[in-house]
Design a protein around this ligand. Structure first.
Ligand SMILES: Cc1cc2nc3c(=O)[nH]c(=O)nc-3n(C[C@H](O)[C@H](O)[C@H](O)COP(=O)(O)O)c2cc1C
Length: 206
């Protein structure tokens, strides 16, 4: 067994270990607006949901190698609003294209050719290609560390979830219909389909 002591590694080597070890990670495709109203769209696989009372989710934009913050963090800090669009196989390539380091003046909806759908409770639009949208309000920003590859944890409250009828069965999202994708290390992704799904019931005895 090889042990990697975090204190002995450079941030970029820790990044390689983390992204190859922890996965598959769900992908939040986050749309936001700058304080001047310029649109922004970017994927974040440091993403998960937490409580249901209130319903909450966390995403984690990491500072770049020059310790600059990402547009998504700047926008959410300035406006307090965003949308998390759930990623599926059908628009994975366009999602990936939006992760190019476009300047804040470029709206990635246009750069990648994705469809804006107006939100109901927040100003940033939803991604029409995504079957599930979470409208989000900022709860708290938690900065952990400073400098290159340090993180800001964005904790948000989920105001509303929109689900396309095509992914519902008996009125609820159906995991055999959604075709989620997940992020792994290097350029690897995983895709949920009939072959990769399996079921396990919760234990009923010790
Ligand atoms: C699938 C995928 C997942 C990503 N996850 C993250 C992440 O969790 N945190 C992060 O800081 N960057 C992540 N990135 C890179 C950002 O999307 C990229 O830096 C993007 O340009 C940030 O955009 P923004 O400056 O408009 O916010 C990811 C990229 C891809 C393709």
């Amino acid at each position: 067994v090889k042990e990697f002591l975090m204190a002995e590694l450079e941030p970029r080597d820790r990044y390689q270990l983390l992204t190859r070890s922890v996965g598959p990670r769900p992908i939040a495709f986050v749309s936001s607006l700058s304080k001047d109203g310029i649109g922004n769209l970017a994927p974040f696989s440091y993403f998960n949901v937490g409580g249901a009372n209130p319903p909450s989710a966390i995403i984690c934009p990491v500072k770049d190698r020059n310790a600059n913050t990402k547009d998504t963090l700047n926008n959410i800090r300035d406006t307090g609003e965003y949308v998390i669009n759930i990623c599926t196989r059908s628009f994975a390539e366009k999602m990936s294209q939006t992760s190019f380091a476009y300047g804040p003046e470029i709206d990635e909806f246009d750069a990648a050719g994705l469809t804006r759908v107006p939100s109901v409770h927040v100003k940033p639009p939803r991604v029409g290609e995504s079957p599930i949208h979470l409208e989000m309000k900022l709860f708290q920003l938690v900065e952990h560390g400073q400098g290159p590859l340090s993180s800001d944890y964005i904790i948000g409250e989920i105001l509303s979830i929109h689900c396309d009828e095509t992914v519902l069965t008996d009125g609820l999202p159906d995991n055999t219909k959604i075709n989620h994708i997940g992020r792994l290390g290097e350029s690897w992704y995983s895709s949920v389909d009939e072959q990769s799904l399996f079921e396990l019931e919760r234990p009923t005895k010790p």
